[in-house]
Design a protein around this ligand. Structure first.
Ligand SMILES: Cc1cc2nc3c(=O)[nH]c(=O)nc-3n(C[C@H](O)[C@H](O)[C@H](O)COP(=O)(O)O)c2cc1C
Length: 210
């Protein structure tokens, strides 16, 4: 069988202003990190919209294999302290002053986030689905959150570092539940420079069979 590597002759535009709303929103969604956030609260109704959109993700056999924990207020500080404690041995070779700086950076890192969302995989105990299918569904829910945030000029990123996974796991998960880390949500300055990360051209990622 001959596999052709054919791609559109129309050059896909990378210029955001020319794109239709949906494509613009998808391509404007970029990870924005918590050290780039400025303080601001997400109105309750908007947070609810973000979370409802998460639940409209596709999911095999309607298992809806997700659960979210919203961390706000003092929990941002608690997580900063948790990170500093988690990494303190990691920095033990540094001078005391450098250690202090690193740990203080970690303590303060989440403080400008509007909230963090603990992402939890809830494995269905009645229907045996491959775990990857349920993780795929949760990832789709996370993408819905990120895209809704983009549309509302809220930055977000998914942290799956050990420290994030372990923190969420502390909040009473059942045996069939697994922490998938934390999503940071927050406002960012209008002048924030857009990320320069690029994507590989379709010609290297897509084959057409016809
Ligand atoms: C499942 C998943 C886990 C990620 N975990 C981390 C992480 O732990 N730390 C981090 O800095 N970024 C993390 N990211 C964000 C990626 O680094 C980011 O999506 C990638 O660099 C592409 O940039 P963009 O999101 O701005 O397009 C994660 C993204 C995904 C999808």
């Amino acid at each position: 069988m001959k596999i052709k590597n054919k791609y559109s002759k129309i050059k896909p535009s990378n210029s955001l202003y020319k794109l239709k709303k949906v494509s613009k929103n998808i391509r404007e969604r970029r990870s924005i990190y918590a050290n780039q956030f400025i303080k601001g609260e997400i109105p309750e109704l908007l947070l609810e919209e973000i979370l409802i959109n998460a639940t409209w993700a596709p999911n095999h056999k309607m298992t809806e294999p997700w659960k979210f924990i919203i961390f706000r207020g003092k929990y941002l500080r608690k997580y900063g302290e948790y990170m500093a404690d988690y990494y303190k041995d990691f920095y033990s070779e540094l001078s005391l002053e450098d250690q202090k700086d690193k740990l203080s950076y970690l303590e303060n890192y989440p403080l400008n986030a509007a909230c963090m969302i603990g992402v939890i995989l809830v494995k269905n105990t009645k229907i045996a689905l491959p775990e990857w299918e349920e993780i795929a569904a949760v990832s789709s829910a996370v993408q819905n959150i990120a895209l809704t945030c983009t549309a509302h000029k809220i930055g977000s990123y998914w942290s799956t570092k050990g420290v994030a996974i372990d923190y969420v796991a502390k909040f009473g998960l059942s045996e069939n539940e697994k922490s998938l880390g934390l999503l940071y949500l927050g406002y960012y300055p209008e002048a924030l420079k857009p990320s320069t990360k690029k994507r590989t051209p379709l010609s290297k990622k897509v084959v057409y069979l016809d």
